[in-house]
Design a binder for this molecule. Structure first.
Ligand code: FES
Ligand code: FES
Length: 172
């Protein structure tokens, strides 16, 4: 049977090859944390991690991801055991309605991994050493729209959360 791994558990792929990864997560696996905003790749609300890389799940067919590991917001943290970036969103008022927040958080986690791999962005000056400045963060998070305009809190939360995550990794 064709499967993928979702948040650490095996999940069967849908029989219908037209089902998007977003619909599979929300409707087939009852994981409503990943949000459907535009359903056409324009808002970032549906961002999830595939083997650590961020993708837009509304533009992905579930069957393309056989054998891959998907992490949704439910897999990053849970109440009482929040991911450092989730905690930082709460502490910095990084949301109002919260609809964009799961996508923002998954995107931020994927972004840190991109910077660690040295992947440059449109605003990167020094291609040898990619520094995560606020300008870099804004550029790299520009695919995640927030209808409430909570951008200042989002950037503060990501900056703080990434720092906390780096500290936690260094301590391991
Ligand atoms: S719902 Fe996927 S980008 Fe908007
Ligand atoms: S917090 Fe409402 S859309 Fe971002």
């Amino acid at each position: 049977m064709a499967t993928m791994n979702v948040n650490g558990a095996e999940a069967s792929l849908p029989e219908d090859p037209r089902v998007s990864l977003l619909d599979m997560l929300r409707d087939h696996l009852s994981l409503p944390g990943t949000k459907k905003g535009c359903n056409q790749g324009a808002c970032g609300a549906c961002t999830v991690l595939v083997d650590g890389e961020r993708i837009l799940s509304c533009l992905a067919l579930a069957v393309q991801y056989e054998g891959r590991s998907i992490t949704t917001i439910e897999g990053l943290g849970q109440p009482g055991q929040l991911h450092p970036i989730q905690k930082a969103f709460v502490e910095h008022d990084g949301f109002q309605c919260g609809y964009c927040t799961p996508g923002q958080i998954c995107s931020a986690v994927g972004m840190l991994a991109e910077v660690e791999r040295g992947v440059p962005s449109h605003v990167t000056g020094d291609l040898e050493t990619v520094m995560l400045t606020r300008e870099e963060m804004r550029e790299r998070m520009s695919g995640n729209l927030c209808r409430c305009g909570a951008y200042n809190g989002i950037i503060d939360a990501i900056a703080d959360g990434l720092e906390a995550e780096s500290r936690a990794e260094a301590a391991q």
